[in-house]
Design a protein around this ligand. Structure first.
Ligand code: PLP
Length: 448
C-alpha cells in the first residue's frame, strides 16, 4: 500500500472542502488578555483574541498565578505517579473537597481533562451498571459519545433538549433495566441551554440516573459559579455533575461530583482515572484558587454578561447574523466553509482580530460560523472595533445581512415542573419557535 499517498489524499480532500485545520500560533500574554502575540511566519504581531474558552480571563488572574508559583516552589513540577501510587498530592484532596462543596455533593473526583472525565466516567458507569441503557442528547459532545460507545452498553439518542422525546425513548425501555440520561447544560457551538428541570422530571419518572456536563457553564452561572443547575436550583436532582477546570476556571483538568458511593465506584473501576499520572500539584493548586475566587466574586460573571449583551446589540445594529441563545456564546453565522475561512483570514490580516472559523464536523455542514466569546476583559472599545471590522469584511465577502432589528434573546428555561400532557411542545422547542430561524429543527419536533 502507498501509505503516503493515502494520508496526502485524505488531507487534500479536507483542503478542497475548505475545512483543513490551520492552527493559529498564538502566544498568550499574562496581564494583557484578551491580547496576544501572533506568530505569523517570521513576523510577530499583537492581536486581540475573540474565540477563547478562557471565558473570564482567569488564566491570568493574580491569585491563580501566585498559587501555581507557590506550588511549584513547594512541591515541584509533576505529581510523581498515578493517584493510587504516590501521585495523590494534598492539593488534589483539597480541590476535590472544594468541587464537591461547589456542587453541593458528597464527593468529587479529578481527571486530567474534561474530555477524560466524560470518557472515563460514562464508559465505566454504562459498562458496569447491569443491563444499562444510556439515553444521550443528540447534541452531546464527542467525549460523552466516545465514553458511551466504549462502554458497549445499548444507547438511544433523544432529540436535542427535548423532554418529550426523552420520555418517548424511556417508555420503550424495560422498567427493570438500569438507565442513564446524559446531557449538557450549555451547548458549546449553538450556546443553547438545556431545560434541566424538565429533563430531570422525566428521568425521575422513569427511575433513571442523570449525568450533566456543565463544562461551558461552571464558573459562569449560579451564585457561586457552579453552573446552570445551581442557577436553576436543581443541583440536588442530578446524580452526577461533570465539569472542566480548563475553560472558565482558566487552568486544565476535569472532574465529576456526586454521592460518595458513585465517586468511590468510578475511582475504583475507571481505567481512565486509575492508569494515568495525576495532574501536577501546581495545576490543582491553581484550579483551587480559581474555584475559590469565583465562588465569591460576582464581578467577572456580571461584566461578561454585560459585554455579551453589548456585542449582540451592536451586531444587530449592523445586521450581522448571529444565532439567538440565552448564554455567553455568540455564534456569528456564515454558512459556508470557504467564506468562513476567508472572513477569519481577513479579520486576522487586516484588523489583527483572531477568530477561529468553525467548520464541519464540529458543526453541521452549512452552519459554518465564527464563535465569539466576549469576556469581562474585552472593553467596550474592543467590541466597537470588532463590529466595525466584521461590517467591512461582511461587505467585501458579499455575505447576507440579517434584518436590522434587535433579536430578542430567549430566556433560559425556567425551573418549573414539566407536565407531559398539557403543552403541545416542550420549553426548548417553544424557545426555538420564538427564535424561528431554526425551522428545520422545529420541523423535526414530533409535535410542532
Ligand atoms: N464537554 C464539552 C461539552 C466540551 O465542549 C468539551 C471541550 O470543549 C469537553 C467536555 C472537554 O473538556 P476539556 O477541554 O476540559 O477536555
Amino acid at each position: 500500500m502507498d501509505y503516503s499517498a493515502f494520508f496526502s489524499n485524505a488531507l487534500d480532500g479536507l483542503r478542497q472542502e475548505g475545512r483543513y485545520r490551520v492552527f493559529a500560533d498564538i502566544e498568550r500574554v499574562a496581564g494583557a488578555f484578551p491580547r496576544a502575540r501572533y506568530h505569523d511566519g517570521e513576523r510577530v504581531r499583537d492581536v486581540i483574541v475573540w474565540c477563547s474558552n478562557d471565558y473570564l480571563g482567569m488564566g491570568q488572574n493574580d491569585k491563580v498565578r501566585q498559587a501555581m508559583h507557590r506550588s511549584i516552589d513547594l512541591s515541584g513540577t509533576g505529581a510523581g505517579g498515578t493517584r493510587n501510587i504516590a501521585g495523590t498530592n494534598h492539593s488534589h484532596v483539597l480541590l476535590e473537597r472544594e468541587l464537591a462543596d461547589l456542587h453541593d455533593k458528597e464527593a468529587a473526583l479529578l481527571f486530567t481533562s474534561g474530555y477524560v472525565s466524560n470518557w472515563a466516567a460514562l464508559s465505566t458507569l454504562a459498562a458496569k451498571l447491569p443491563n444499562c441503557v444510556v439515553l444521550s442528547d443528540a447534541g452531546n459532545h464527542a467525549s460523552m459519545i466516545e465514553g458511551i460507545r466504549h462502554s458497549r452498553a445499548e444507547y438511544r439518542i433523544f432529540k436535542h433538549n427535548c423532554p418529550d422525546d426523552l420520555a418517548r425513548c424511556l417508555r420503550e425501555v424495560e422498567p427493570d433495566r438500569a438507565k442513564l440520561v446524559a446531557f449538557e447544560s450549555v451547548y458549546s457551538m449553538d450556546g443553547d441551554i438545556a431545560p434541566i428541570a424538565e429533563l430531570c422530571d422525566v428521568a425521575e419518572q422513569y427511575d433513571a440516573m442523570t449525568y450533566l456536563d456543565e463544562v461551558h457553564a461552571v464558573g459562569l452561572y449560579g451564585r457561586r459559579g457552579a453552573g446552570i443547575a445551581e442557577r436553576d436550583g436543581v443541583m440536588n436532582r442530578l446524580t452526577i455533575i461533570q465539569g472542566t477546570l480548563g475553560k472558565a476556571f482558566g487552568v486544565i483538568g476535569g472532574y465529576i461530583a456526586s454521592s460518595a458511593p458513585v465517586i468511590d465506584f468510578v475511582r475504583s473501576f475507571a481505567s481512565g482515572f486509575i492508569f494515568t499520572t495525576a495532574l501536577p500539584p501546581m495545576l490543582a493548586a491553581g484550579a483551587l484558587a480559581s474555584v475559590r475566587h469565583l465562588k465569591e466574586s460576582q464581578w467577572e460573571r456580571k461584566a461578561q454578561q454585560d459585554r455579551v449583551r453589548l456585542l449582540r446589540e451592536r451586531l444587530d445594529d449592523r445586521g450581522i447574523p448571529h444565532r439567538a441563545n440565552p448564554s455567553h456564546i455568540v455564534p456569528v453565522m456564515v454558512g459556508d466553509p470557504v467564506k468562513c475561512r476567508t472572513v477569519a483570514n481577513r479579520l486576522l490580516d487586516d484588523f489583527d482580530i483572531y477568530i477561529q472559523p468553525i467548520n464541519y464536523p464540529t458543526v453541521p455542514r452549512g452552519t459554518e460560523r465564527l464563535r465569539l466569546t466576549p469576556s469581562p476583559l474585552h472593553s467596550r472599545g474592543d467590541i466597537e472595533q470588532l463590529v466595525e471590522a466584521l461590517d467591512e469584511v461582511w461587505e467585501q465577502t458579499g455575505l447576507a445581512r440579517a434584518p436590522r432589528t434587535r433579536v430578542k434573546m430567549p430566556q433560559a428555561a425556567p425551573a418549573h415542573a414539566w407536565r407531559p400532557k398539557e403543552p403541545a411542545m416542550c420549553t426548548a422547542c417553544r424557545q426555538l419557535l420564538a427564535m424561528s430561524s431554526d425551522r428545520a429543527m422545529l420541523e423535526a419536533h414530533p409535535r410542532a
